[in-house]
Design a protein around this ligand. Structure first.
Ligand SMILES: [Fe+2]
Length: 305
C-alpha cells in the first residue's frame, strides 16, 4: 500500500493534465494523528483520495465512543460534510462545541483549532475538503496537544474572553452570495469560530438551463467551494447536468450509487462508484449523467465554481 504524500497524492512526478478515477486502489488509509507524534488510543482512520497544491479531499471515520486527541489546524479552510452519524466538534481555542449531523456541514476557517468526538453508538463517517493547503512544511501540528478549552468546574466568568462575532446570515441565500457563503472568507478568518451549515442553511441554486439540477452549496469562499449536486433519475432519458468547467482542479466524490461522467475534452466516460472519486484537471469540460433509478448526490470540491 503506498504512503500518503500530502499535497501530492496519488503521487506523480508529472503535471496533472489528465482526469483520473480514484478507485479503492488509489485511496490510501492513514492514521491521524501521526503515530510518532501523539497517543494512538485517540486516533481516527482516514482515507486519502486527493491531495494537490490546491485541494485535499479525504474521508474519515470515528468509531463509537472515540475521539481524536490532537487539536488540528491548517493553513487553509477545512470543510466537513458528515455522511453518517453525529460528529461533535470542539473548537479547542474558543471552547465552541458544534454537533454536526448526517448531511450537515461545518466550516473551520484557516487556523481554527479543532478536534472531533463520537458520543453516539454509531460510526461517524465524514468527508473533509481543505484548500489551499493541508499542512505547512512542518507537517501535522503538534504544538496544541493537550490544550483544550473545556468545562472543568473551575471556570471564572471574569476570565471569559469577549469575542466580536462576525456576521451571521439568517436569511436564505441568493445566487450573489456565491463566493461568500456562509461568510466572507477573509472576514471569517479574523476570528477562530466554526461556521455551522445545517441542511436548511445551505445556499440553494439551480444549476443549468437546459438540464436544471439542484445545487446545494455548503461553502463558497475565496479558498474553496464544496457543493452537492442532486441529480434525479428519469426525466428526458438519463437525467444529466449541463456541461460545466472550472478554472481550477476539481474533485468529484460519490458516497453511494454511481454517476457517469463524460469528459468533453477527451471523449472519455468515467463511472464513479460508491466511495470513489474523480480528479478533473483545470479547465476541462465535464457532464454528469444519472443512468440509475434513484437520485444521485455528487459532491464537488474546487476553488472557483
Ligand atoms: Fe483538520
Amino acid at each position: 500500500m503506498p504512503k500518503v504524500i500530502f499535497q501530492n497524492h496519488p503521487y506523480t512526478e508529472k503535471e496533472r493534465i489528465e482526469p483520473f478515477l480514484i478507485t479503492k486502489k488509489e485511496v490510501v488509509p492513514f492514521i491521524f494523528p501521526n503515530p510518532k507524534d501523539a497517543r494512538m488510543d485517540y486516533s481516527d482512520i482516514s482515507y486519502m483520495y486527493l491531495s494537490t497544491n490546491e485541494i485535499t479531499c479525504s474521508y474519515y471515520e470515528i468509531s463509537p465512543g472515540s475521539w481524536v486527541e490532537i487539536p488540528d489546524y491548517h493553513p487553509g479552510d477545512e470543510v466537513y460534510i458528515v455522511l453518517e452519524g453525529t460528529l461533535t466538534m470542539l473548537n479547542t481555542e474558543a471552547g465552541q462545541v458544534v454537533q454536526v449531523h448526517e448531511g450537515e456541514c461545518l466550516l473551520m476557517p484557516e487556523g481554527a483549532k479543532h478536534c472531533g468526538f463520537n458520543f453516539e453508538q454509531k460510526k461517524v463517517r465524514t468527508m473533509s475538503f481543505i484548500a489551499p493547503k493541508i499542512f505547512t512544511e512542518a507537517g501535522f501540528p503538534t504544538d496544541e496537544i493537550g490544550r483544550h478549552k473545556v468545562y472543568n468546574g473551575k471556570l471564572k466568568p471574569e476570565e471569559f474572553r469577549k469575542y466580536t462575532w462576525c456576521e451571521t446570515k439568517n436569511r436564505a441565500g441568493v445566487l450573489d452570495d456565491l463566493g461568500a457563503w456562509p461568510a466572507d472568507g477573509p472576514e471569517s478568518r479574523k476570528s477562530p469560530f466554526f461556521h455551522f451549515v445545517p441542511e436548511d442553511k445551505k445556499l440553494l441554486a439551480i444549476h443549468g438551463l437546459d438540464n436544471p439540477v439542484l445545487m446545494k452549496v455548503s461553502v463558497s469562499n475565496d479558498y474553496l467551494n464544496v457543493v452537492e449536486l442532486v441529480i434525479p433519475s428519469g426525466g428526458k432519458g438519463a437525467r444529466m447536468t449541463d456541461p460545466d468547467q472550472h478554472p481550477n482542479e476539481a474533485f468529484l466524490y460519490m458516497d453511494k450509487g454511481v454517476i457517469s461522467v463524460l469528459i468533453h475534452d477527451t471523449g472519455e466516460t468515467f463511472q464513479i462508484r460508491e466511495r470513489e472519486g474523480l480528479y478533473i484537471p483545470k479547465g476541462m469540460t465535464y457532464q454528469l449523467f444519472n443512468y440509475e433509478s434513484e437520485t444521485m448526490n455528487v459532491f464537488l470540491c474546487t476553488k472557483c465554481l
